[in-house]
Design a protein. Structure first.
Length: 210
């Protein structure tokens, strides 16, 4: 099963990707994580993507598609995969079709902008292993220290309040039209994000079977 998860930054796509991954035994591919790894390693694609990511803008299609092609070609994607963070624009979705990749279902996680802003401003990420936390919903046991590896936990540049507003604006302009694109193909199901993550997960798994 080849899946796409849609939703605004901070809607919980990464969390639901993990849930589906565990339930279906297929890898979750976060283009955000792949890009950040490329930035951290100073690869040519990473250096190119860095300036866009820091300002909250979208990374150019050709950079993302190049990285994604390499990832999908790996053995663990033979039985399917979950795309989290790609496609972000209709041209990217069209490029995915041209790559000959069949998408079986598209799940949109919908959360209002006001809640998104609250979620992202409290989000923290480990500098070492990349684990995500939240000051209200998933705090570290020791403040500022990752539970998993003990490295420093920080607020990402693109989670700072001013950048969050820019990211939401970009999402509504560039990514939201994908709803119509996949709805026209009969592949879109919308899940309303709940207060409890477990409730959102239940609805997401139900949507997969629908």
């Amino acid at each position: 099963m080849n899946l796409i998860l849609l939703g605004a930054p901070g809607a919980g796509k990464g969390t639901q990707a993990e849930v589906i991954c565990n339930a279906k035994g297929i890898p979750a591919i976060s283009t955000g994580n792949i890009l950040r790894e490329a930035v951290k390693n100073g690869t040519p694609c990473g250096l190119e993507a860095k300036s866009y990511m820091e300002s909250g803008a979208l990374v150019p299609d050709e950079v993302v598609i190049g990285i994604l092609k390499d990832r999908i070609a790996q053995d663990d994607c033979k039985n399917g995969f979950i795309l989290d963070g790609f496609p972000r624009t209709v041209p990217q979705a069209e490029a995915l079709d041209k790559m000959g990749i069949t998408i079986d279902k598209v799940i949109e996680i919908y959360v209002p902008d006001k809640k998104i802003a609250q979620r992202l401003s409290g989000r923290r990420v480990c500098e070492g292993c990349g684990n995500s936390y939240h000051v209200d919903f998933k705090p570290t046991k020791v403040e500022g220290v990752c539970d998993a590896c003990g490295a420093k936990v920080v607020i990402r540049k693109d989670d700072e309040p001013a950048t969050v507003l820019d990211r939401l604006k970009v999402y509504h302009e560039k990514t939201a039209p994908l709803r119509d694109f996949y709805s026209a193909q009969g592949k879109l199901t919308t899940v309303i994000g709940q207060e409890e993550v477990s409730d959102t997960s239940r609805l997401t798994l139900e949507a997969l079977e629908a």
